[in-house]
Design a protein around this ligand. Sequence first.
Ligand code: NAD
Ligand code: TYD
Length: 339
Amino acid sequence: MTIIVTGGAGFIGSNFVFYELKNHPEDRIVCFDKLTYAGNLATLAPVMDNPNFRFVKGDIAERADVERLFEEEHPDIIVNFAAESHVDRSIEDPGIFLKTNILGTQVLMDACRKYGITRYHQVSTDEVYGDLPLDRPDLFFTEETPIHTSSPYSSSKAGADLLVLAYHRTFGLPVTITRCSNNYGPYHFPEKLIPLIISRALADESLPVYGTGENVRDWLYVEDHCAAIDLVIRKGRVGEVYNIGGHNEKTNLDVVKTILKQLDKPESLITYVTDRPGHDMRYAIDPTKIHNELGWLPATKFDDGIKLTIEWYLNNKEWWKNIISGDYQNYYEKMYANR
Ligand code: NAD
Ligand code: TYD
């Protein structure tokens, strides 16, 4: 089987490429990625020579790029991770979020209709449900929770989800959607909270906490997310949405203090900064459906996952230092100049 992983040079997509090559050596994995600022080909260096793997540079919103890919690869399954993913950037400049996240999804699904596939899978987010109040810890997002977005990012992801469900109902495209909570783990781009705090704390730099730091996120170790998507694309019911999350709710301040403690750095590094406009208060997933239907449960508790993550950032300083210095963006030219 050939599986196209769009956005596979980013954080979760690269972890998914590694997961699939390790757990399904019978399958061919093709990563299709535009290599935006968030894509890093160096991340995929360990699998570049794997005969079951191919990297293709291209844009999901460019029909010609996508159709060439389908004509060359005749894929069975598309797993769409490619997206603009950072809420703060979507507040600065929403346009590219609409183009990649919504129009890119349309272009991919049009190619699926034209060439035929067995499954189109959309990697979505719990942010499409908006947020929950801090004083109602009894409330969780289920698949029935109404879509109610806050940021241009979450709105673009919600728009894409609705389009995916429309392509299923109107054209019979065999789709599935997963909506996952915040991920953390290896290869997380250092603009996001956890890697930002780790890299800045190691340099004894101030640690920006938005507002009061009371906002709650439901953290999931990235490998658990990959395992859930793997189950859904192989055994999930067509036309269905599955929420993914592991009941690991933490305030941002708790997360920052946990990292500081592990790194033996002082809490005086914490600096409260102006809050994010429209900042969602709390995300919390009810994963009953995926547990009951597919037997998925997260394997990694936050206390263990955060230790593994910190250890990874300590052992892979070159990876994130290259990103902070901007060097990684020359990697494609270096790798591909003579190919
Ligand atoms: P990321 O920003 O680390 O990676 C995105 C990847 O997509 C990059 O490699 C980038 O080069 C590529 N890309 C961007 N625009 C493209 C385009 N037009 N064509 C082809 N490739 C393009 O993102 P991530 O954190 O790995 O998230 C992956 C997916 O998972 C996204 O769809 C995101 O909405 C979703 N998600 C993320 C989280 C999270 O906590 N990070 C949680 C739930 C869902
Ligand atoms: P982030 O990693 O951007 O993910 P998301 O906004 O998709 O949940 O942020 C996680 C939380 O951390 C969110 O509540 C915003 C907050 N945050 C900070 O307090 N400081 C920061 O520098 C960043 C990047 C995020």
